[in-house]
Design a protein around this ligand. Structure first.
Ligand code: NAD
Length: 316
């Protein structure tokens, strides 16, 4: 079990540096896999309405608590507001659905999933709504943020933050936020190190969670040409050499590089051996030279870009 964590502002809560990602974890095995992850030492669970498996994540959490492996207070549960719920009246609706699905009475961190607002889809029509043939329905971020702040005041959310935001959006948000965003959640791996954005966000008091830490691995199965054309990080020569030097796997080297940069990691796997392996990253250290080598692998190669799959170019 790890106690390695980052302190969040303004609440002062501790966010574990290691978490478990639940995107694309198959619904029928999610409860068992989440239980395994908690048993393997993960204390943060990264969830979202959009992943379609919050009910099953909740079942895994319940089982682990009932088995006495962990208490609710020892866990850190993150979830995310989907794009179809940005209007102020839909934020508490979506949040309460997530809370009910997870079977919890509070969550530790709630994030705006994307700076993208799509037309509302009632639960009865489709849940989760996904991207589909969605129509845009612009809502200013300040409206959504004020509703997120209300959730903090209600005591049901301990921290709020944003995902897939750029520096400009962050600057704007910081200009009016009464409850400051505690976390910026963005794609980070050796091919997209996002160093400038991370430095800026950290300078503004936000902590960073990096997602898709293994780069192309998660996107090859989605048929992404960019991912298919890239050298898999698990076969990258410079990483191979560093891994051999430490008698660790490339997955562990990547995760270690991130946590040494004070970026929280949320690797996803459905394989118990890999789940345990990915958690075993706190008993060795990369040298300054090795950190520099991995920092220099930036291409940059962005794999999760809504320009490609939803025609919404938020990074253009
Ligand atoms: P990831 O980088 O964690 O990679 C997962 C892939 O790597 C899977 O194919 C898995 O089989 C493989 N893998 C895992 N451990 C391995 C190991 N030790 N050796 C070899 N292969 C291994 O991908 P991800 O799921 O995209 O990202 C992690 C989490 O981040 C997600 O589950 C989700 O919770 C979150 N996320 C958030 C956003 C967002 O927009 N906020 C977007 C993407 C992902």
């Amino acid at each position: 079990m790890t106690t390695h964590s980052l302190t969040l502002h303004p609440g002062g809560h501790k966010m574990p540096l290691l978490g478990f990602g639940t995107w694309k974890v198959p619904k029928d095995s999610t409860a068992e896999i989440v239980y395994k992850a908690i048993e393997s030492g993960y204390r943060l669970l990264d969830c979202a309405c959009d992943y379609g498996n919050e009910v099953q994540v909740g079942q895994g959490i319940k089982k682990a608590i009932e088995a006495g492996i962990v208490t609710r207070e020892e866990l850190f549960v993150t979830s995310k507001l989907w794009n179809t719920y940005h209007h102020k009246e839909h934020v508490p609706l979506a949040f309460n659905r997530t809370l009910k699905d997870l079977g919890l009475d509070y969550i530790d961190l709630y994030l705006i999933h994307f700076p993208i607002s799509l037309k509302y889809v009632p639960f009865e029509e489709r849940y989760p709504p996904e991207w589909g043939n969605m129509q845009q329905d612009p809502v200013p971020v300040h409206e959504t943020w004020a509703a997120m702040e209300e959730l903090v005041h209600s005591g049901k959310v301990r921290n709020i933050g944003v995902s897939n935001f750029t520096a400009i959006l962050l600057m704007d948000l910081l200009s009016y936020a009464k409850v400051k965003p505690a976390v910026l959640h963005i794609e980070v791996h050796p091919y997209l190190n996002n160093a400038d954005l991370i430095k800026f966000a950290q300078s503004q008091g936000l902590q960073i969670t990096g997602y898709s830490n293994f780069g192309p691995a998660s996107y090859v199965e989605l048929g992404s040409p960019a991912a298919q054309n890239a050298v898999p990080l698990f076969k990258e020569e410079r990483l191979s050499k560093i891994a051999a030097h430490h008698s660790k796997t490339i997955a562990q080297i990547i995760l270690r590089w991130l946590v040494q940069n004070k970026v929280a990691v949320i690797p996803k796997s459905s394989n118990p051996v890999r789940i345990a392996q990915n958690a075993d990253i706190f008993n060795f250290e990369l040298s300054a030279e090795e950190m520099k080598t991995i920092n220099s692998m930036n291409i940059p190669l962005r794999l999760n870009d809504p320009a490609g799959y939803a025609n919404i170019p938020i990074y253009a």
